[in-house]
Design a protein around this ligand. Structure first.
Ligand code: BG6
Length: 475
């Protein structure tokens, strides 16, 4: 079924001259234009703090957009508004610029400290009022809060002036095709869902490894660290997709309710468990990064062992890790199945009987691999492992997209499925808060690891203690 074109709307981007708008948002709109999903009835207003003209903004956006007919038309629908996010004047000017505009999406591509104040100012100026059936929606990027208390306070501040149906909390991992596919892989394939539980699954590993270091983001990163930057948001979205129960239907709230339930079920560790089950690493040389404290104890790598206390997952450890400056870029979910109950094939030494394993390779080289056993041809009855490998690139064209196409389209269509609800956000923070608390008290030292390595040794030990090993990064 062909997708419907989005309704006429105005997209107002706070931070319209910034990197996010230039590299991801506007190119995604250009792709939607190519697909015929947005057209001449989409107006874009970019807000920035510098002096500039419409043409300056458009020229700045040219760099990352396709040079085609669609973009040359879309360009003409873009205008610039100069203003200071903290001043009432901007909201007066915006009210004038929007005039009688009906549907509006306000996209806050700004530092997180502006989220609350901008939404309050929009509401105060009457710009969030939905009249005559028109919608008024706000999208916020991450980080949503700094810990459980601040995330809760931000939710309160926002929900005090607008409704949950008007707020779109972005987690860009949910814009990735391979992440959205997790639900299809699970719920459209009965053989897989039949074994998707603690009777057959031994453990789950979720990895987001990056080769890039902190680069020019020292100031942000040194106040944030790997755990806050990646775990309660991106990695927990993956955990929720793996762990959720089948929703009753595909409505946004049914899906979000099932995901929130998994996050609520993540056990909050005691301080002793948090100390034992969390490993922090920092790559050598991090402290020399611009805007990073020379004595920084902030982690650029984190590994956690978590438990999901639900009927389906009781007893199955979830191992999560993420880090910068590692040996390969690799975002994957590895599901390891339990061994067979009886070793029938005595001629196959136990060491050569690796467990069945499903690897969801989310990026790069998007793929799904299933490791299983077959008989090795020959007179002896010997079992040997082989892999069924499906590569997205062999079947589909999924490159050339920024990952924001679906998110922006869904915002205009009013579909909140891929956006985080307040309870999901807070459940995520609640689950990691005990780790933040013990580390905040100076417990759980940061281990140094070499750039281009697998990360700190403590991470390997975390699994070895349980008789397990990480799937090799980049393999
Ligand atoms: C961002 C983090 O949210 O996600 C970055 O702030 C990280 O530190 C990035 O590099 C990873 O996203 P992706 O899509 O490149 O895997």
């Amino acid at each position: 079924m062909a997708l419907k074109k989005a309704p006429p709307a105005t997209l107002v981007i706070f931070g319209g001259t910034g990197d996010l708008a230039r590299r991801l948002l506007v190119p995604a709109i250009a792709n939607l234009c190519e697909d015929g999903l947005v057209g001449e009835d989409l107006q874009i207003i970019g807000i920035g703090s510098r002096e500039g003209t419409d043409e300056d903004l458009r020229a700045g956006l040219d760099e990352f957009t396709p040079k085609d007919e669609c973009w040359s038309r879309l360009r003409g629908q873009i205008s610039y508004l100069r203003g200071d996010f903290t001043q009432a004047q901007l909201f007066e000017d915006l009210t004038k610029t929007l005039g009688k505009a009906g549907n509006v999406v306000f996209y806050l591509a700004t530092p997180a400290l502006f989220f609350g104040p901008i939404i309050e100012s929009l509401a105060k100026a009457g710009l969030m009022e939905e009249q005559n059936g028109a919608f008024r929606r706000v999208a916020v990027e991450k980080p949503f809060g700094h810990d459980l208390a601040s995330a809760h306070a931000l939710n309160e501040q926002i929900l005090n002036v607008i409704s949950e149906q008007q707020i779109y909390r972005i987690d860009h991992f949910l814009g990735k095709e391979t992440v959205q596919n997790i639900m299809v892989a699970r719920f459209a394939n009965p053989w897989l869902e039949a074994v998707w539980n603690n009777r057959y699954i031994d453990s789950v590993q979720i990895t987001a490894a990056e080769t890039v270091d902190v680069g020019t983001r020292g100031a942000f990163y040194d106040a944030t660290g790997a755990l806050r930057d990646m775990v309660p948001n991106h990695l927990f979205q993956l955990l929720a997709m793996v762990g959720m129960e089948p929703p009753n239907d595909l409505s946004a709230d049914s899906i979000r309710t099932e995901k929130a339930k998994v996050l609520v079920a993540v056990r909050e560790p005691t301080p002793a468990e948090a100390k034992a089950d969390g490993v922090r690493g920092q790559y050598a040389g991090y402290r020399k990064t611009a805007d990073v404290s020379p004595k920084s104890e902030v982690e650029t790598y984190v590994a956690l062992k978590l438990w999901v206390d639900s009927w389906r997952w009781a007893g199955v450890p979830f191992y999560l890790r993420t880090g910068k400056a590692l040996k390969a870029r690799d975002t994957e979910i590895v599901v390891t199945f339990k061994p067979v109950p009886l070793a029938l094939f005595r001629d196959t030494p136990v060491a050569h009987m690796p467990p069945n394993r499903l690897v969801l390779q989310l990026q790069p080289d998007e793929a799904i691999d299933l490791d299983f056993m077959v008989k090795k041809p020959g007179p002896k009855m010997q079992a040997t492992p082989v892999t069924l490998d499906f590569k997205y690139a062999d079947k589909f064209k999924i490159g050339g997209r920024t990952g924001y196409e679906t998110l922006l389209y869904d915002m205009m269509m009013g579909d909140q499925t891929l956006f985080q609800r307040a309870d999901q956000i807070e459940a995520g923070w609640a689950a990691v808060q005990p780790f933040l608390d013990v580390w905040g008290k100076g417990k759980g030292k940061v281990e140094t690891y070499k750039k281009g390595s697998d990360g700190p040794e403590g991470a390997a030990e975390l699994l070895e203690r349980d008789g397990r090993q990480w799937h090799e990064i980049g393999a």
